[in-house]
Design a protein around this ligand. Structure first.
Ligand SMILES: C[S@@+](CC[C@H](N)C(=O)[O-])C[C@H]1O[C@@H](n2cnc3c(N)ncnc32)[C@H](O)[C@@H]1O
Length: 273
């Protein structure tokens, strides 16, 4: 919302796949839109090939046909030598969203559906970006607790992970294809063997200390905190790592506090008649 108003925004996430899409949506490096359009057409017309995605994620997270196309598209993007960093990010973001659309999952990649039905052919689309809104923006791919020490802002919005389910693990397939270092994978879910390098302090028992350190080092007029607590609806891995009381007491020490509670509503099913 602030970006569409032309305000300067600083965006950060530790995952490469999120960083790449933020570079696309909020970055300000020049992009030759016509060149990217042509490349997207070229990528969409490629024949599938046998490779890392087919071997590890084919007939699991993607149909074999889509996995082979993702292999061809990803290799082709890597082979282009006439793209700046943001133009490459445009193509990767397009692939990221297209993969998510045809993934054989219920959203995250902790598991895939046994039955592979309703899977369409993967199709890359041109990200729609208004560069005029992005002047002065800054995009980072680092630990928020380190980055926060370097900035002063009018408003800081934070939505750190809530529970022990790390994003590097829940979205491992997307991260894997975007980074393209082709790591060894393991288990039924085919997660990278050494993915723990990226696991966040906010998913561990030290989450309250990490949160306190972050809040203490924010230099801003306003801090907007979003945190989700599934209460008794999930299993133990879904339980919030920081209790409401801990959040409130950490915040109360640093700021004047106002709280808003968002409760999801369960509406009755719509009649089929
Ligand atoms: C609740 S999600 C919010 C994602 C995004 N802001 C959005 O609204 O869709 C939490 C995000 O925090 C990122 N993250 C976890 N630990 C982090 C850290 N120490 N520094 C920066 N980002 C982190 C995760 O990769 C994840 O994308």
């Amino acid at each position: 919302m602030f970006n569409t108003q032309g305000k300067k925004v600083i965006v950060n996430d530790i995952l490469t796949s999120n960083y790449i899409s933020y570079l696309t949506w909020f970055g300000n490096m020049d992009v030759d839109q016509l060149k990217i359009h042509k490349k997207i057409d070229e990528l969409n017309s490629l024949e599938g090939i046998s490779g890392y995605v087919e071997r590890n994620f084919g007939d699991r997270y993607f149909s074999i046909e889509n996995a082979r196309k993702i292999d061809a598209i990803r290799e082709k993007i890597e082979s282009y030598n006439d793209l700046n960093i943001r133009e490459k990010a445009f193509l990767l973001t397009s692939l990221l969203y297209a993969m998510d659309k045809v993934a054989n999952t219920v959203g995250h990649f902790d598991a895939y559906r046994r039955k592979m039905d309703n899977i369409k052919s993967i199709l890359l689309r041109m990200p729609e970006v208004n560069n005029n809104n992005n002047i002065g923006n800054e995009i980072f791919n680092t630990d928020a607790n380190k980055l926060v020490r370097e900035f002063k802002a009018d408003l800081v919005y934070i939505d750190t992970p809530y529970n022990s389910r790390g994003y590097e693990s829940a979205y491992h397939v997307l991260e894997n294809v975007i980074e393209w270092s082709k790591p060894e994978v393991e288990g039924i879910a085919m997660k990278a063997v050494n993915r723990s390098e990226k696991s966040s302090d906010y998913t561990k028992s030290k989450a309250p200390e990490a949160f306190e350190d972050l809040i203490k080092n924010i230099n801003a007029r306003y801090i907007l905190v979003s945190y989700n607590n599934m209460a008794k609806k999930g299993n133990s891995r879904s339980n919030a790592k920081i209790s409401n009381e801990e959040i409130l007491s950490i915040l109360k020490n640093e700021v004047k506090l106002r709280c808003f509670q968002l409760i999801s509503m369960h509406l009755p099913p719509v009649s089929q008649k």
